[in-house]
Design a binder for this molecule. Sequence first.
Ligand code: KIV
Ligand code: ZN
Length: 388
Amino acid sequence: MSTNKVNIFDTTLRDGEQVPGCKLNTKEKIELALALEELGVDIIEAGFPISSPGDFSSVNEISKIIKNATVCGLTRAVQKDIEVAAEALRYAKRPRIHTGIGTSDYHIKGKFNSNREDILERAIQCVKWAKNFVDDVEFYAEDAGRTENEYLARVVEAVIKAGATVVNIPDTTGYCLPNQYGDKMAYLRTHVSNIDKATLSCHCHNDLGLATANSIEGVINGARQIECTINGLGERAGNTSLEEVVMVLKQHKHLGFTTHVNTKLLNPLSRQVSDIMRVPVQPNKAIVGANAFSHSSGIHQDGFLKSAITYEIIDPVDVGADTSKIVLTARSGRSALAFRLKKLGYDFNRNDVDVLYQKFLQIADNKKEINDEDLHQMAKQHESVETV
Ligand code: KIV
Ligand code: ZN
């Protein structure tokens, strides 16, 4: 492995769009593709061209306007899919065809009613078909997470020999534990003789909430591409969240990995995706949730107000979030109350704050959150009592 740069492969427009009710039209996809390029992702998976005329046209239009990122189209291991994808990608400056087939016994038997040798041949064949159109061919071994390592290694070696430049190891069902997924990558690195001729890619789903951890473990064990989506959108429980993996790599500098993502754009893009796809972001979502930089308990607020690093590992400015928030609830303390009052222009002494705090607790016990208007009212009332 000669590089510690991790390529970010965004699949918001393909796997992310598979969220029920999130279908995007071509105009919306173009808008997001441009935003993703500005964010600095390396690869944009723009769609699945054979799936519908709309998706064909989206991949086609995105191919025309994207200047730096690789534009990728998904296919099954089917000749017609590959021809259509190649046509959709015709204008791309850096086209990539992403083709593949299920390799776990669940898929081989349950989906294809086939056997390992036949699937191996089909895997080789689809890469060869794609190679007739583009140099950059990514192969996915669907359900690699539940594929026996020995067979997976045979498939990976064969598709690299057939010309695959990237080999995607999807944990399609989000089943793996981080150490299992990491071990799988390590196994491939040591058991596939031509592994240095291709980049290994992580593609993790979040069914057990492990997609981020698994992707990071994959990278630590030799992968150099992560497939992910903004806000972790995707089938079922979603895909690996782009903002999470990028920030894990950035915050844990000792790991030694870099990406080209401009992290200051993470929050604005999260909101844009949430608006266009009409999927709200859960408030406690890491990096981009509304509460990601909010402090509401007295102990945390006191520490945070003395030194932000006591309770924040990321500077919100670094990820384009609003400044950290001190939220006032019945669990808040005096220092938080004084801080918020000061922000509104009231400079009460310690005794005043003590009196106000008792009043505050009474109101806070009946209300979920104390807002600026409540504070103004409390402060004005206190001032008028004081001046009588
Ligand atoms: O989850 C998966 O296996 C996929 C492949 C089609 C890459 O999305
Ligand atoms: Zn997927």
